[in-house]
Write a protein that binds this ligand. Structure first.
Ligand code: ADP
Length: 845
């Protein structure tokens, strides 16, 4: 049985054992082929061997060979005695390859390679032939049944091992592929068993939750997520197992950057028996999409709740969206207008505006905040502010426009109102400024006649009247009121023929002080034209249409007059003119009051001056009279006295007793009268002012001269007269002498029982020198302190103390001429008196 060169049975067994162990150790197919060829050559003593397998394309190719040339392999590759997949393919032994007709195409190659015998051993499994073993002998070789059997057995093992290995590699490859897919997937993929223990996670899962797969396997969601999250997952997993089919569910999970939302497609994993073994999940992060959704929902809500009209339209001007604001602003509901042309909103005067805007939009330009007008459903035209922006599709093409329209009618209205208010404010300010400019001029004008003219002129100019008149009441000295008028804009003659404004319904309110009358057209006023004889404006009167009349009322409420303005065209006088004239009228009233007071004051002053003058003249007359009378009276008095003395001397002894008394009376009376006349003359002289400025005079010297002249009476009375240091004063010497003469002689004359003591002193005070003459005489009752200075005023009978009551009156007149005064400073009856007089220090006449 054993053939020379062939292995024995034991060797064969050993070879097979080696082959099996090699096969089981083989890590790659090449190892496997190598082991197979070694075993084959060992047990069959073949010179060469090869293993060829069908590739996917159905062509059989060398996978391993021993001892074959490249050239040969290339020549025979692709040849197989059996088609791929053939079942029950027999091994084929070709004892002489060159004699075998089927191999004819390869004879050259075989010859060249030096091959004589070839054995084809199929490699087959259930699916049929998938390859072959080739054994080659260079010399004729009786290939035995035994050898064939062993070769076939080896082929069967190798076929099985090859297939197993290939399947194993295939599985590993597909697993690798799957893994690659899993790990490169942007979605999170995982497998869990029925208890929720992870069995597999992909790389995305690892990345997101920072746990590598090895650590993750065997752990559950409760190990890695907060309980509330894990519970959610678990409940969903169980629902999937319960349902027995794939379910899509939304799940949320915390990640590094916050909570993420996932759409998880979960399906049950099934074992071979169809029972669930776990859950597979494929979770896609939809956070961004959700955010976008939220954002767009938010946006939609904003659009919907906006007060502005937000309208979508395509480039053909067809409305595509219409929010509630649009309903409110334009009055149409979305159902009414969506799908219809936006041109229904066009205001009649702006029909061509919309196509222009669409043209801009088509160019990709935005139309920003234009203010225009649109028409509402109810036909009302409203002011709107428009912003129109292009809308682009995903590819950036402009497909339409979104338009935001804001109803600005109200704003426009308030803008207009504001403009009006501003204008009014401006007017008011102008009025105030004008009045401000006018007021000082009027206030400064105290001449009533000029004042009323100025008021009329200013007011007429400021209101732009063609003419103005100021009818004003005046009062004459007797307090009787009468009316005058001034005119502006026309000569006085224009009014000369017309009577004063009559008490008509148009004029009267002004003179009654009832307020302003402003008429755009006086002829249209119901009060106009009712009075005879003219029934309106008299013939020849200036034409008046615009009429403005403002009363001028004094502080005391007395209507001082009325300002009247006229213009021959209607509607000339405005509210601001009214304000101006009202202001001027108020100012005029004040100024007129002032002018009036000024006039009164002027008049009072003039009156005072006049009566002073009268008084002065009367005084002068009196002085002249007193002087001339006393002077003229002296002459006849002297004649009487002389005649009486002659009668006494010549006939004194012949007269009887009665006649002698009469004669004595004549003599006494004429003597007294002489004294009286002297005194009167002195008084009259005292009233006459001295000529020229008062010289400075030494009062001490004056006093001593006076005392010298009085030596006789001083000695006779046994009087002692003393004096302090006396100052020099500005006074005419004669006057000062008069003063001291009167005061010192009174001090001696009105002595009591004791010898008289007289003291003269001077003190300065209050800008003047005050001289005092003090005596120890009879004194004066206080109630007579003033009276004693009156002309002819005496407190005693002539028998008691001689005198005419003129001395103190003269003193008073003298000091008053020098701006001083005289008074009884102190007097106690029975104890004495002190008389004082003052002379201003800088006294000049
Ligand atoms: P006559 O001395 O001529 O009467 P006077 O004008 O000098 O007039 O004085 C007025 C009156 O004042 C006197 O009559 C007298 O009663 C009173 N009288 C003036 N001086 C004194 C004095 N020194 N003491 C008291 N009585 C005086």
């Amino acid at each position: 049985m054993a053939h020379s060169g062939s292995a024995s049975g034991a060797d064969r067994f050993k070879a097979l054992y080696n082959l099996l162990s090699a096969l089981s150790r083989a890590r790659v197919l090449e190892d496997l082929y190598d082991a197979a060829l070694s075993s084959l050559m060992e047990v069959t003593a073949a010179d060469r061997a090869a293993i060829l397998l069908f590739d996917e394309d159905g062509v059989i190719r060398f996978k391993a060979s021993r001892g074959l040339s490249e050239r040969y392999r290339a020549a025979v590759e692709g040849h197989s005695p059996w088609p791929r997949g053939a079942s029950d393919a027999p091994a084929l032994v070709v004892p002489d390859v060159l004699a075998h007709a089927d191999l004819a195409p390869f004879h050259d190659a075989l010859r060249e390679e030096g091959i004589r015998v070839a054995v084809f051993v199929p490699l087959a499994l259930d699916a049929g032939v998938f390859g072959k073993f080739m054994l080659y002998y260079d010399t004729p070789h009786p290939f035995t049944e035994d050898e064939l059997e062993v070769a076939t057995a080896i082929a069967a093992h190798v076929a099985m091992a090859t297939e197993r290995k290939r399947a194993e590699l295939e599985r590993a490859r597909s697993e690798q592929r799957l893994r690659t897919i899993l790990d490169n997937s942007a979605t999170v993929i995982f497998l869990k068993d029925l208890e929720g223990r992870y069995q597999l996670i992909n790389r995305r899962h690892e990345e997101l939750f920072h746990i590598p797969e090895q650590q993750m396997v065997g752990r559950t969601d409760f190990d890695i997520f907060p309980a509330v999250v894990a519970e959610q997952f678990r409940a969903n997993d169980l629902a999937v197992i319960e349902a027995g089919q794939a379910l899509a569910m939304e799940e949320t999970v915390p990640q590094d950057d916050g909570i993420h939302s996932y759409i998880s497609v979960k399906f049950p994993l099934q074992g071979p028996d169809g029972r669930a073994t776990g859950v597979c999940g494929i979770a896609t992060d939809i956070t961004e999409r959700k955010q976008l959704e939220d954002a767009s929902r938010h946006l939609a809500a904003i659009v919907e709740s906006s007060d502005d009209a937000i309208i979508g339209k395509n480039l053909r001007g067809i409305i595509t969206s219409w929010n509630r604001g649009a309903e409110r602003v334009f009055g149409y509901t979305a159902e009414e207008v969506v799908g219809g042309p936006v041109s229904i909103l066009a205001a009649p005067d702006r029909i061509d505006e919309m196509p222009r805007i669409l043209a801009e939009i088509a160019q990709g330009r935005r139309v920003d905040h234009i203010e225009t007008r649109r028409r509402r459903k109810d036909g009302q035209i409203i002011d709107v502010s428009l912003t129109v922006s292009p809308v682009r599709d995903g590819a950036g093409r402009i497909v339409g426009a979104s338009k935001i329209a804001r109803d600005i009618s109200e704003r426009k209205h308030s803008e207009q109102e504001r403009a009006l208010l501003l204008a009014r404010e401006h007017e008011a300010r102008r009025t105030a400024e004008q009045l401000h400019a006018v007021a000082p001029r009027l206030a400064a004008q105290l001449d009533m006649r000029k004042l009323v003219q100025e008021v009329t002129d200013i007011a007429t100019a400021l209101v732009g009247a063609e003419f103005g008149a100021f009818f004003h009441n005046l009062r004459n000295e007797k307090g009787e009121s009468y009316m005058l008028y001034t005119l502006s804009g026309v000569p006085m003659e224009a009014f000369a023929h017309f009577p004063m404004p009559r008490n008509t319904e148009v004029f009267a309110p002004t003179f009654r002080g009832e307020g302003v009358v402003r008429l755009d057209d006086v002829r249209l006023d119901p009060r106009y034209g009712r009075n005879a004889p003219h029934h309106g404006i008299p013939e020849g009167h200036l034409p008046v249409r615009s009429y403005l009349a403002v009363p001028v009322i004094s502080r005391t409420g007395e209507v001082l007059g009325g300002l009247f303005f006229g213009h021959s065209t209607p509607g000339r006088f405005t509210a601001s003119h009214e304000a101006i004239v009202t202001g001027i009228a108020a100012q005029a009233a004040i100024s007129m009051d002032n002018a009036h007071l000024f006039e009164q004051a002027q008049r009072a002053q003039a009156e005072l001056k006049r009566s002073n003058e009268e008084l002065r003249r009367a005084n002068q007359d009196l002085e002249v009279f007193a002087y001339s009378a006393s002077h003229d009276l002296q002459e006849p008095l002297r004649t009487i006295a002389l005649s009486a003395q002659i009668i006494e001397r010549n006939y004194g002894k012949q007269l009887d007793e009665k006649d002698a008394v009469f004669l004595a009376n004549i003599l006494t009376a004429s003597r007294r009268m002489g004294v009286l006349i002297q005194d009167l003359l002195a008084y009259a002289r005292a009233a006459k002012s001295e000529e020229g400025p008062a010289p400075r005079v030494d009062s001490a010297a004056v006093v001593s001269r006076v005392l010298e002249s009085m030596t006789a009476s001083i000695e006779e009375a046994g009087a002692i007269v003393t004096a302090d240091d006396l100052p020099a004063v500005a006074m005419h010497e004669g006057r000062l002498t008069q003063l001291f003469q009167n005061l010192i002689s009174n001090a001696i004359k009105y002595r009591d029982k004791e010898a008289p003591r007289v003291h003269i002193a001077a003190r300065s005070g209050d800008g003047c020198w005050i001289f005092s003459v003090t005596d120890n005489g009879i004194g004066i009752e206080p109630q007579y302190a003033e009276q004693i200075f009156g002309l002819f005023k005496r407190l005693h009978g002539r028998e008691e103390y001689p005198g005419s009551g003129i001395g103190l009156a003269i003193c008073q007149r003298v000091v008053e001429q020098y701006g001083g005064r005289i008074w009884l400073e102190e007097s106690v009856p029975g104890r004495g008196s002190t008389f004082c007089f003052s002379v201003p220090c800088d006294s000049v006449r």
